[in-house]
Design a protein around this ligand. Structure first.
Ligand SMILES: *Cc1c(COP(=O)(O)O)cnc(C)c1O
Length: 389
């Protein structure tokens, strides 16, 4: 089934074994990345056609040894919709939306947590803890419940109410924190040894990125094994951006795609834009953002351990990074809804606001194929949206 061999430190390249429950790399305290013996994979891309319609269809490059190990609720293989009328409003003829709102728990966090919980259970973890800005907590609660593991979630106390209710409904122990996701992360780090928790924070364990990378595989498969010219991604911790960049490299080595890459665009909220600031200042890492504020809960991430990986992917791809205001997100959300039928999360709306800006500036040209990610459902954000409309 899988050709998963080992983990590499994303900083120094040192090799680490795959049978230990790892957080950051023991050598550099950097994210660990799963590696596969891709040269031995004999599957051709055509062979995928009849496989299960979820992200585990890419079994050779996923971290599960046997199908029975997989903790799945049907995540991934989400629709790639052509958004003709929405595209026209910005003069774009080939706009596509990868609609992640149809995932279990209503966001693409399902992909990451399906992979992370699968591997954590296989390696014997019993109690999982997560600091989250919202959607990751819901997804972790769901997959922990599906796997029969205990879930402990830490969220800022001002996250949209839906997330709090959802986690409780799924049997998780919920703690609301007077602070940001970074403060939640500190609490998990402080208590985890005494509590026997395995920490499934973004990029602090190696497998959420493996789940998220499947978005890259799916975009290629759904576009007939070609990649678009531009990918626009609302960025918090950056797992999706890093994961898709990894997926493109893997697919090239598998012989499934060529060497051309999309220009990767990171969109952040102007109230919390550490990656945009670092990109504009030519930095390789991002300084922590002070006083982070935005209704797009998933973008309220003041500091990301994978900052250098995101910035590298954006630059190598000749992409860019843009910040949009909450007001722009709110009107973009209505435009998207009325022109596509999708009730987007504010994060997805931010991506559309970013596309409009870049199209107006001529950075995206009329005929280019653009894939924007609607990363979640607007239904989780009713209280935030009601407050501003
Ligand atoms: C978490 C989240 C994001 C940011 O995703 P990363 O891969 O961590 O950058 C974007 N949108 C939504 C809805 C999210 O929940």
């Amino acid at each position: 089934m899988t050709f998963f061999t080992h983990l590499d430190c994303s900083r120094c390249g040192a090799r680490h074994d795959r049978e230990t429950l790892h957080n950051l790399s023991p050598c550099c305290s950097a994210p660990l990345l799963a590696r596969y013996d891709l040269e031995r994979v004999r599957v051709r891309r055509e062979d995928l056609a009849g496989r299960r319609p979820d992200m585990w269809r890419y079994a050779e490059v996923m971290p599960a040894d046997r199908p029975e190990e997989v903790v799945s609720l049907g995540e991934g293989f989400t629709p790639l919709l052509q958004a003709e009328r929405l595209g026209e409003t910005a003069g774009l003829r080939n706009l596509f939306i990868k609609d992640e709102s149809s995932n279990p728990t209503g966001s693409f966090k399902a992909r990451g947590l399906s992979a992370a919980v699968t591997r954590a259970r296989a390696l014997g973890a019993g109690r999982l803890a997560i600091p989250s800005a919202g959607n990751a907590a819901g997804a972790m609660s769901a997959y922990a419940a599906a796997a029969g593991l205990e879930a402990f979630v830490f969220m800022p106390k001002d996250v949209p109410e839906a997330f709090q209710v959802e986690c409780a409904a799924l049997g998780a122990r919920v703690e609301l924190v007077d602070g940001l996701i970074t403060d939640c992360g500190r609490i998990v780090a402080e208590r985890k040894v005494a509590q026997g928790w395995f920490d499934v924070s973004t990029l602090k364990e190696p497998y959420r990125v493996e789940g998220k990378k499947t978005m890259g595989y799916e975009v290629a498969e759904q576009m007939g094994w070609t990649l678009p010219d531009v990918i626009v991604y609302p960025t918090g911790g950056g797992t999706g951006l890093i994961g898709m960049w990894k997926a493109f490299e893997e697919m090239e080595r598998l012989g499934w795609i060529g060497g051309r890459r999309p220009r990767m665009v990171s969109v952040q909220a102007s109230g919390c834009a550490p990656i945009v600031r670092a990109f504009e200042n030519g930095r390789e890492t991002a300084e922590e953002w002070q006083g982070a504020q935005t209704m797009a809960a998933g973008l309220r991430v003041p500091r990301a351990v994978g900052d250098f990986l995101m910035l590298r992917a954006i630059r190598q791809s000749e992409g860019t990074a843009v910040a949009v205001t909450d007001e722009e997100m709110a009107s973009a959300l209505k435009e998207m809804g009325a022109a596509t039928g999708l009730f987007a999360a504010p994060e997805g709306a931010a991506a559309w606001a970013g596309v409009k800006r870049l199209a107006a500036q001529g950075w995206i040209r009329a005929d280019e194929r653009v894939v924007l990610f609607n990363t979640g459902s607007g239904l989780k954000y009713i209280d935030a949206l009601k407050a501003i409309w």
